[in-house]
Structures are given as C-alpha cells and as structure tokens.
Design a protein around this ligand. Structure first.
Ligand code: BES
Ligand code: ZN
Ligand code: ZN
Length: 469
C-alpha cells in the first residue's frame, strides 16, 4: 500500500474513488442511496458506491483511533477490488492517523500461503490545500513508524522453524547495515564466560544457540541515552514445566518484545532522533530435553544474585535478568532503561488482550510512558508495585524465586522479580512493559490484523520523539 500526499484541490486529483469519513449521512449528497442501502455511518461500517466513485466509512469522532480505524476499513474494502487509487481530503483530519491507519490496516501476512495474492500496487492519495512543513514532516515520520510496526509484525508472525535466535541475529545485522548502526552479537561462550547463567540455562535444551544482540545508534550531540531491552523467546514450550497444548500454540509470539526493540532500532536513524539508543535482545528458545534446566535448579545471574527455579515456564524474566545486567554493565550514565516482554498471562487476564502493563518505581515516568502510548494509538495502563507482593518472590534457599508464592498479581510479581536486576542508580529510570496481551491477538482488531500487532513500537518511538523536542 502506497500513501502519497499532494497539495491540490481534491476535485482535480484523479483516482478511482474518493473516501469520505462521516458520522452522519444527513448532509451527504448520496444520502438517499445510502439510506436505501442501510448505511448508518457507525464506526467500522463501510460502503462502496461504484457509480458515484465513493467509499463512505463510518467515523464517529475525529480522534486518532477512530480515523485510523476508518481509513483501515476503507483501504481493506479497496483491497477487495482491482481498482488502483483512492483519494481523501485531509481537511481537519490528522495526517498521522490516515497514514498509519492505511499502512497498518493494509498489512497482510501471507508468507505461508502457497498462493500469494500479488501486490496490486494500490494507492491512497491524501489531498490538502496547503501542504505545510509540519504536515509534510508528520506524514514522513508516520510512514517510517508504520513500516517499523509492520517489520516487527513480520518477525513475530514468522514460525519458530524459520525464526530462531541465529535468524534474529541475522535480522539485526541487516538492520544495522541499513541504518549504519553498531552491532554486537554474542553466543553461548560469551554468556558462560560472563556469568550470564540465567539466560544460558533457559536455552540449554534447544538445538539453536542462544544469542545476545546489541545494536547501538550514537548520533553526534545526543541529548539523552536510552536503553531498550527485549525478551526474544523465539519459542516458549514452557520447558520441563511444559505448557498445556492449548497454551503452547501462539508461543512463537514470545519474541515480540525483542521484535519490537528491533523494529524501533530499524527506524531511529531514519527518524534522525538526537538520542543515543541501545537495543539489547536476548534471543533464546525454551525447550525440553535431557539437558534442560529444571525446577529445583538454582541459577546465578550476571549480578551475582541466585535464583531458585520452581517453574521453567517463567523463563522470560531469567533471560531479561541477565540482559538487564549486561545493559547496565556495558552502558554508563543511562537516562532511561525500558524492557519489553510478553512476560505473563496474568497481564492479559488483568488488563485484557489489548493493553500493555506498565511497571516500575517512578510514578511520574510511568505516567509519562502511559500518556505517550495512548497518544501514539496504543493502550497502556500502570500496574502498581507494593511491599507485600515484593515478599512473594522470596526464596528459602536462594536470593529470590522465579515464581511467586501467590496466585494473585502475577504480572506485578514478575515485574518485581526484574527489579532485582536493576542497579540502584537506575531504579528510577527503569520501566517494564508487559506486552503479553496486545503483541499477538488471534483476531483482527481495528487496524490490527490477526496475529502480531507490533505492540510497543509506536509508543516507544513516540516517547523517544518527545525526548528530542
Ligand atoms: N510467555 C509466557 C507468557 C505469555 C502468556 C505470553 C500468554 C503471551 C500470552 C511466559 O513465559 C509464561 O509462561 N509465564 C507464566 C509465568 C508463570 C509460570 C509464573 C504464565 O504467565 O503463566
Ligand atoms: Zn514461559
Ligand atoms: Zn515466555
């Protein structure tokens, strides 16, 4: 899907259709026919009038979400036809909502279909009377952001047979090459030598070598230094604490945190952000076998803390523990350190499938992150730590246990586990994003497709952009 913007009176722009977003049919030229056809101008409703060359879409309010969903609905309608081009009047709409809604809504993952639909090279033309510098910049940024989201979606949707830690490292190398970023990829020898025994143990039963990936973007005169860490479980079978069959399906999506970090890194240079940004990913496969790590093991993480394993399915926090330590050992004077992970089913139970759980010690920072997420079109909500839940991950035989002794508050106790691996200087700079819900949803929702949504990418880029201004 191509999205263009032109400074032209819409009447003078040639196209097969004009898209009209509306909340009422009352004042429309085609009122009568729309009425006869039962079109009600409600969100997510659409009608294509071929003779009139119009696509009418219901859009009940002029917000980012409603407009992005409406344009996605219109583009999907266009995609069912052989027509090439549709135009829309920018008027008082947000160009960001139009561009992102169109590109995100047009996304299709057909890598595994034997008959691929060939790209029809369809196009959306946004028409504006006055193409200001501001609109143009917002248009260009939105194209880059939407492409980054789709890149993340592609990674997450790819099957574990085709996407294992080494492949993730290859993808990271391509990103580094394309954007001229520094890259470092380390294997299991490095993990062993550097005391990253928590991460190393999770991947031990896999035939695929675990990879630690570190991308760095270092522009001159950077205003801030931000570190992004991602959980990259290319598959999570649960390990010896094996997942039930129904719960294992979709666990190719357990690499969503890492994929979001890579998606963000793929576009920071293109967006010209004046911020030093590090993307660190632990790419690991959690499998079973004679060599698997076990419930009852005690593992020592990079910072020397010992962890009692009581469930091998709580593996993401082990990988992140070592990656967070690595990040803080390697990078000094960090301004923000964020981690992204499909960490807990509890987060999905608590917030629903569409919302990211935001955790950390700094209330103001959490508030800022939630606000940037909502502004970017992603749902996020804060989950609060407290001293009593902190006690729930105490261990009798090690420093800490990898699961809590209570059934309740599972996302928060997982977040509190991670907090053990945040150094004192960084306690107020850290935010944990549990994207277990929105990262992968097995039905279409708004402009998001079945499967991977690319959760985390837009909110992070929006936060980074706010540091730049
Ligand atoms: N990858 C899962 C969490 C998950 C669940 C992500 C559903 C996406 C959708 C994680 O590794 C896991 O298995 N967590 C356990 C933790 C438990 C053993 C304490 C869970 O949530 O059940
Ligand atoms: Zn797990
Ligand atoms: Zn997992």
């Amino acid at each position: 899907m191509k999205v263009n913007i032109v400074e032209k009176d819409i009447k003078k722009v040639k196209s097969d259709f004009e898209i009209i977003l509306t909340n009422s049919i009352e004042k429309l030229k085609d009122k009568e026919i729309l009425e006869n056809l039962g079109f009600e101008a409600k969100d997510e409703s659409v009608i294509m009038l071929t003779e009139q060359k119009k696509i009418y879409v219901g859009c009940e309010e002029n917000t980012y979400e409603a407009v992005a969903i409406a344009i996605a609905v219109a583009i999907r309608k266009l995609k069912t036809t052989k027509y090439k081009a549709a135009k829309i009047d920018l008027d008082d709409l947000d160009v960001k909502a139009l561009v992102e809604g169109a590109i995100l809504g047009a996304y299709k993952f057909d890598k595994y279909k034997s008959e691929k639909k060939k790209d029809k090279k369809q196009e959306l033309i946004i028409c504006t009377q006055k193409l200001t510098k501001d609109i143009e910049k917002r248009y260009e940024e939105s194209i880059l952001i939407a492409k980054a989201v789709n890149k993340t979606r592609d990674m997450v949707n790819t099957t574990p047979a085709d996407f294992y830690p080494e492949i993730m490292a290859e993808v990271a190398k391509e990103i580094a090459k394309e954007s001229d970023l520094e890259i470092r990829v380390e294997g299991e020898k490095y993990l062993e030598k550097n005391g990253m025994n928590a991460m190393l143990s999770v991947g031990r039963a896999s035939v695929h070598e675990s990879k630690l990936i570190h991308l760095s973007y270092k522009p001159k005169n950077a205003k801030k230094k931000v570190v992004l860490v991602g959980k990259g479980l290319t598959y999570d079978s649960g390990g010896l604490s094996l997942k039930p069959a129904d719960y294992m399906v979709t666990m190719k999506s357990d690499k969503s945190g890492a994929s979001a970090v890579l998606g963000v890194m793929s576009t920071v240079a293109k967006l010209n952000l004046p911020i030093e940004i590090h993307g660190i990913v632990g790419a690991v496969e959690n499998m079973i076998g004679g060599d698997a790590y076990k419930p009852d093991d005690v593992l020592k993480a990079k910072n020397g803390k010992t962890i009692e394993i009581r469930n091998t399915d709580a593996e993401g926090r082990l990988v992140l523990a070592d990656c967070l330590c690595y990040a803080q050992d390697e990078i000094k004077d960090i301004d923000y350190i964020f981690d992204f992970a499909t960490l807990t089913g509890a987060c999905v139970v608590g917030l629903g499938e569409y919302t990211t759980g935001i955790m950390g010690n700094n209330i103001n920072l959490k508030r800022e992150v939630v606000s940037k997420a909502l502004e970017a079109g992603e749902y996020a909500s804060s989950l609060p730590f407290n001293r009593f839940l902190k006690k729930a991950i105490k261990s009798e035989i090690a420093d800490i246990c990898n699961i809590a002794n209570t059934r309740y508050g599972g996302s928060i106790t997982a977040g509190l586990f991670l907090e053990n691996f945040i150094y004192d200087d960084n306690k107020q700079k850290w935010v944990h994003f549990d994207i277990a819900g929105p990262a992968y949803v097995e039905k279409e929702w708004g402009y998001n497709p079945y499967g991977a949504s690319g959760a985390g990418v837009r909110m992070t880029l929006n936060f980074l952009k706010s540091l730049a201004s």
